[in-house]
Design a protein around this ligand. Structure first.
Ligand SMILES: NC(=O)c1ccc[n+]([C@@H]2O[C@H](COP(=O)([O-])OP(=O)(O)OC[C@H]3O[C@@H](n4cnc5c(N)ncnc54)[C@H](O)[C@@H]3O)[C@@H](O)[C@H]2O)c1
Length: 344
């Protein structure tokens, strides 16, 4: 089958990882890039030897010559760009957060469904090697039926120097990072019926919340906690590791700092190393995330080639996005929020 040709919009901080990963993906390559900032367009264009460069996405779509678009801009532009892709019947990948509101996200899913084109949210955290290893251990049946979980991301890492916009929004950690952790909770323990959340802002220099604790009631009866913090000063900085605890009817799983995976079943405990690879273009401590970018982009390419549904399709991601909306609602009202009602 011919190699798929992609176009990337948004040549910012994170798109560098996506461009590197596209060079490693089997079956696809990037043929055009777009950014409204001429400096970013030149920097990424020169670094990756791109000839076709556009300041305006509409002009790039009008010229065509690509099979899919990878939207790597910040959230404000996502709806317009996804709808533009749908109007040209071009399959689209959209970075997280999917949209600014759940109703926008629903409209984007509907636009792509009507156009008959696939839409995937670049929700890469579930593609991390350690997260996949936890899922495989659970699916092996080693711990029986899971009844409790904890998905934890606590850090003091300075994310604001690379992504200054994170300090400026009314919403911060749930929308930016908790969205990944909530998606991991869904990936591991299934969909969520209701939740309760509490938030705090500890860092006085930012606008939004930097600590959140969320209690999830999963549809299968399991209970879990998603706790995220960018205000935690730890002896060994764990960024960007998600730590997981799962208790099941026959045993337990612990993914602890340093990518140590312990699975304790009826026959005893096994300990393994669930470290990600350090890809040639990756750098610590981001290598865990960088490897997952390659994995999700390879997944997209394979599904586009065989016509299958992606793991984090737009429709799937509405259920993660609803948890973000519900967490903010619960933190404000201090009430339990029903996810079915949020999704309606
Ligand atoms: N999945 C992950 O692990 C991960 C990690 C970091 C960031 N992100 C996400 O990636 C997205 C981008 O983040 P970033 O830190 O790279 O932001 P950034 O501000 O560094 O880059 C965004 C780029 O998009 C360009 N842009 C914005 N609107 C545009 C438009 N309409 N047309 C053309 N260009 C446009 C900007 O000029 C900028 O160069 C965000 O949504 C962020 O949440 C994801």
């Amino acid at each position: 089958m011919a190699e798929l040709r992609g176009a990337l919009i948004g040549c910012g901080f994170f798109a560098i990882n996506q461009m590197h990963a596209w060079r490693d993906v089997q079956g696809a390559r990037i043929v055009a890039i777009c950014d409204r900032d001429p400096e970013r367009l030149k920097l990424v264009g020169d670094q990756f030897g791109m000839e076709r460069r556009y300041a305006d996405a509409a002009a790039m779509f009008a010229d065509g010559g690509f099979d899919f678009v990878d939207i790597a801009t910040t959230v404000a532009s996502h709806r317009a760009l996804v709808e533009m892709a749908a109007s040209y019947k071009i399959p689209a990948i959209c970075q997280k957060p999917f949209a600014t509101t759940l109703s926008d996200a629903k409209a984007m899913v509907a636009a792509c469904a009507e156009a008959g084109v696939p839409l995937m949210v670049h929700e890469n955290f579930r593609w991390q090697t350690p997260i996949q290893a936890v899922k495989a251990a659970l699916q092996s049946g080693a711990i029986g039926e899971p009844f409790w979980g904890r998905f934890s991301f606590r850090s003091g890492y300075d994310v604001f120097s690379g992504q200054p916009y994170l300090a400026e929004g009314e919403r911060f950690i749930i929308e930016d990072l908790g969205i990944h952790t909530l998606d991991i909770a869904r990936f591991i323990l299934g969909d969520v019926a209701s939740l309760t959340a509490r938030t705090k802002r500890v860092n006085p220099k930012i606008k939004g919340e930097d600590v959140a604790t969320i209690l999830l009631d999963h549809e299968n009866g399991a209970t879990s906690i998603v706790d995220v913090s960018y205000a935690s000063k730890l002896a060994t900085e764990p960024f960007p590791e998600t730590l997981i605890e799962l208790d099941g009817t026959k045993g337990s799983i612990r993914l602890s700092q340093g990518y140590r995976l312990e699975v304790n079943g009826p026959d005893g405990a096994t300990v393994s190393d669930a470290s990600p690879q350090l890809l040639s273009w990756a750098s610590r401590p981001w290598h865990n995330i960088q490897e997952s970018v390659l994995a999700i982009q390879q997944h997209w390419t394979d599904r586009l080639a065989d016509g299958g549904e992606t793991s984090t399709s737009g429709a799937d991601n509405l259920k993660t996005f609803a948890l973000v909306e519900a967490a903010y609602e619960s933190a404000a009202s201090r009430r339990v929020v029903d996810i079915g009602a949020t999704l309606k």
